[in-house]
Write a protein that binds this ligand. Structure first.
Ligand code: SF4
Length: 300
């Protein structure tokens, strides 16, 4: 179990799943679980720009919008329009993309957005992803590299695709994989055991996933849709954190006998008394930063 960092207690993030089903078909991704669970609830497989605008109107501007979700976001051709709309609505943005589905003109439009993070998942050697290095893909990548977007590049399974070596070289780094709370099996990696004791969510239960039909999942580990906090088509953002399901997950973090997803999460953190002490030390630091900011505003 990890014990290394605490996020700001004030950050809220909503990751957008723009469509159901992903043609990248990465061998380490549990897409089949999401598709099976989602089909039982909805036939709305694609988020339209209009639906996105309706959902976003219920999301306060302090919530950062991440174009990542559980499938490649740019497989939806309206993804760039959604990003521009979210930016114009006052949200901070991040993108986590394989670039699949993106077209060269998208890069110029996206370059006008000050992304807090633009993370690109590039294919690895060994054929673990179904990502064709065709003319469009290479053109998009080249344009991104020469644009003002400060992107980072990573690959999984240890080795970069040889077809990208000349373009990316040392710019791309190897990243580890997670079992997504035991939703996928990874070669040579045992799934997390049932964690015991008091846990803390590494994203503070505030990095949620929006699906095309408006359902909001607790986090990016929830590929079987075990914890649906609510639906932005029928309720508002604040209601997600008052829902029975949210409270059940929150209680489950303190209860070893609970079967919430967090008990098998790869990133859940120990929140024993010793760790809590560290956390409260951090809170004091946040409080100090807020005090300094208020003092500066008062003097201005
Ligand atoms: S499974 Fe639980 S602890 Fe892990 S990221 Fe999701 S909400 Fe947080």
């Amino acid at each position: 179990m990890k014990k290394q960092f605490f996020p700001s207690p004030f950050s809220h993030e909503l990751a957008i799943t723009t469509s159901i089903g992903c043609r990248n078909n990465c061998s380490y991704c549990p897409q089949d679980r999401l598709i099976a669970a989602y089909r039982r609830r909805s036939s709305v497989n694609r988020l339209t720009l209009e639906m996105f605008k309706q959902y976003l109107a219920k999301v306060p501007p302090y919530v950062d919008i991440h174009f990542s979700g559980m499938t490649e976001p740019w497989l939806n051709l309206q993804c760039t329009d959604m990003a521009i709309h979210a930016h114009q609505s006052g949200h901070k943005l991040a993108a986590y993309t394989s670039l699949v589905g993106m077209r060269p003109p998208d890069i110029a439009r996206l370059a006008a957005i000050p992304f807090k993070r633009f993370s690109v998942h590039v294919p690895s050697a060994g054929g673990h992803e179904t990502i064709a290095l065709d003319e469009n893909y290479l053109e998009v990548l080249q344009q991104l590299l020469s644009s003002d977007i400060k992107a980072t590049y990573h690959y999984h399974t240890g080795k970069l695709h040889p077809g990208l070596q000349a373009l990316l070289g040392d710019r791309a780094g190897s990243a580890t994989l997670s079992t997504r709370a035991s939703n996928t099996v990874l070669q040579g990696q045992s799934p997390p055991l049932h964690h015991r004791g008091t846990l803390r969510c590494s994203t503070n239960l505030r990095t949620n996933i929006l699906l095309p039909n408006g359902d909001v999942l607790v986090c990016c580990m929830d590929w079987s849709m075990k914890h649906i906090l609510g639906n932005l088509a029928s309720s508002n953002y604040a209601a997600l954190y008052r829902s029975q399901e949210f409270l059940r997950v929150k209680r489950g973090l303190k209860d070893s006998s609970s079967d919430v997803l967090c008990r098998s999460c790869d990133t859940a953190e120990d929140f024993s008394w010793r760790e809590r002490l560290r956390y409260h030390t951090d809170i004091r630091r946040y409080a100090g930063a807020i005090y300094r900011l208020c003092a500066r505003l008062w003097q201005a």
